[in-house]
Design a protein around this ligand. Structure first.
Ligand code: FDP
Length: 339
């Protein structure tokens, strides 16, 4: 008999059993996430055939050009998530304020923050994109406000992403390691294919947008120069560079084979009065939890990302995450630069 493998639902139930936790509501919540990701995976896969490519001709709350698919992805996700009665509110990269669950649906105990389609610049060129999500608890029985979403990353009960690439993959953590599921389109199920994802401590691969080299601050400049010096430099080995142009694509590669991802503070961001490029609540925190749960580290250079107390929904932070040896080295370079 040919076996289908473990589905996402079976995995969540079995994990709950192993942890002695009742996972009913949570299983249903993750099923809704999976349904939304399957719908998005289909749209992304059809590309131009679905008429979803190109610019929408408007900007999001952060002044970035929106693609049609950014807006559609936001609507698809909200539509799939709002009906269950399990969420108390939703915050999205594409919406200025949080989205309250409409009165016609029951309100639940969880808050969802998400980036509907990360790596938008890859949409029109058929490159890797993804949806990133973070789930926290809403302990209060009243309707949440924006401030209820402002929780440190350590309070996430679940985090993950769905990568839309040559295969669509859902990768998630509920605080007990990281597992990856590949979408089997023939049965419409995410099947467990990567049961225990670990980021190796050591790596010889880094990911950074090198076109910003002239803006880098001393710690990153030193780090990349030393990597690029190869066998003749202080690292005494050659390094490889990869930049997918989408955080989901880069973090997925790092979860698969190690590496370090940098979107650090630089002089250009400083001059523009920005605290970083990537968003804390729905990019850095969920990716940080995944990386830490897989044995890596997630830092800004001066603080652990998951311990940052957010002050706004769309707060930005510098990001350095991945293989522990390299992140520790970068933290040390930051300490030495400020000594
Ligand atoms: P995008 O703006 O295309 O959605 O958060 C956004 C992000 O992509 C990340 O996915 C990606 O790593 C980064 O920005 C790319 O930024 P640069 O264009 O500055 O390289």
């Amino acid at each position: 008999m040919s076996e289908l493998g473990t589905t996402l639902t079976q995995y969540i139930i079995e994990q709950g059993r192993a942890q002695n936790e009742s996972r009913g509501a949570f299983t249903a919540l993750l099923n809704d996430v999976a349904t939304a990701c399957k719908r998005l995976s289909n749209l992304v896969r059809l590309g131009e055939l679905a008429g979803v490519l190109g610019a929408a001709g408007q900007e999001n709350v952060q002044g970035e050009d929106q693609k049609k698919l950014d807006i559609i992805a936001n609507e698809v996700f909200i539509d799939a998530m709002q009906r269950s009665g399990l969420l108390a509110g939703i915050a999205s990269e594409e919406m200025d304020e949080h989205y309250p669950i409409p009165n016609r649906f029951p309100r639940g105990d969880y808050l969802l923050a998400f980036d509907p389609l990360d790596g938008s610049s890859n949409i029109d060129v058929n490159g890797a994109t993804g949806t990133i999500f973070s789930i926290t608890r809403h302990v209060d029985s009243s309707a949440p406000g924006d401030s209820d979403f402002l929780k440190a990353g350590t309070e996430q009960v679940c985090a993950g992403y769905c990568l839309y690439s040559s295969a669509s993959m859902l990768v998630l953590t509920t605080g007990h390691g990281v597992a990856g599921f590949t979408l089997d389109n023939s049965v419409g199920e995410f099947i467990l294919t990567h049961p225990d994802i670990n980021v190796p401590r050591e790596t010889s691969e880094y990911a950074i947008n090198a076109s910003y080299a002239r803006h880098w601050l001393a710690p990153e400049k030193r780090y990349i120069e030393e990597c690029n010096a190869g066998t003749e430099g202080p690292r005494e080995r050659n390094f490889n560079m990869r930049w997918a142009g989408s955080m989901v694509g880069d973090i997925h590669r790092i979860l698969c084979r190690g590496g370090v991802f940098l979107y650090p503070m630089d002089a250009k961001l400083q001059a523009a009065g920005k605290q970083g490029k990537l968003r804390l609540l729905y990019e850095a925190n969920p990716m940080g939890m995944l990386i830490e749960q897989a044995g890596g580290l997630a830092h800004t250079g001066t603080e652990r990302i998951l311990e940052i107390q957010p002050d706004s929904l769309h707060q930005r932070v510098p990001v350095i995450m991945g293989s522990a040896d390299e992140v520790e080295r970068l933290i040390r370079y930051h300490e030495e630069a400020s000594a």
